[in-house]
Write a protein that binds this ligand. Structure first.
Ligand code: ZN
Length: 139
């Protein structure tokens, strides 16, 4: 039952991705591949006054990689740079079992992925791309 629910959340984000698309003149643009699974993702963001003013992603690949990217955009929208970096660190810690997944949150749907180590990279792909983008962004 829980498993079904989680699958539904992942499929919902996969089929109706939030904030999918590109951003013209993005301050942050980062493309990343996961050759293990064939996933790819590009993340875009406008950074204004130290905040993630807008964020989008584009890509293709397995449902976990694309659903996780969709969830990430919801999570990072409007956050300060420091908050965004903390969200990314926390998510990665959850994906290696070092932190609890938040209850009643779409991210919890990705908890089951931990049992499949080869798929963890699918889930963290967009988040790693965003962190790389922050590292490379000017402000
Ligand atoms: Zn994948």
């Amino acid at each position: 039952m829980m498993r079904e629910l989680y699958t539904q959340v992942i499929m919902d984000h996969y089929q109706r991705p939030r904030n999918r698309g590109t951003l013209e003149g993005a301050d942050l643009e980062e493309h990343l591949l996961n050759p293990l699974c064939g996933d790819e993702v590009t993340v875009y963001a406008h950074l204004r006054d130290g905040k993630v003013a807008d964020v989008k992603f584009d890509g293709r690949g397995c449902s976990i990689s694309q659903a996780s990217a969709s969830m990430m955009t919801e999570r990072l929208m409007g956050r300060s740079r420091e908050e965004a970096e903390k969200e990314i660190r926390t998510f990665k810690a959850m994906m290696i079992g070092e932190k609890e997944f938040p209850a009643m949150d779409d991210l919890a749907a990705l908890k089951g992925v931990i049992q499949y180590p080869s798929r963890i990279k699918c889930a963290t792909l967009a988040w790693t791309a965003f962190q790389n983008g922050l590292d490379n962004a000017e402000n």
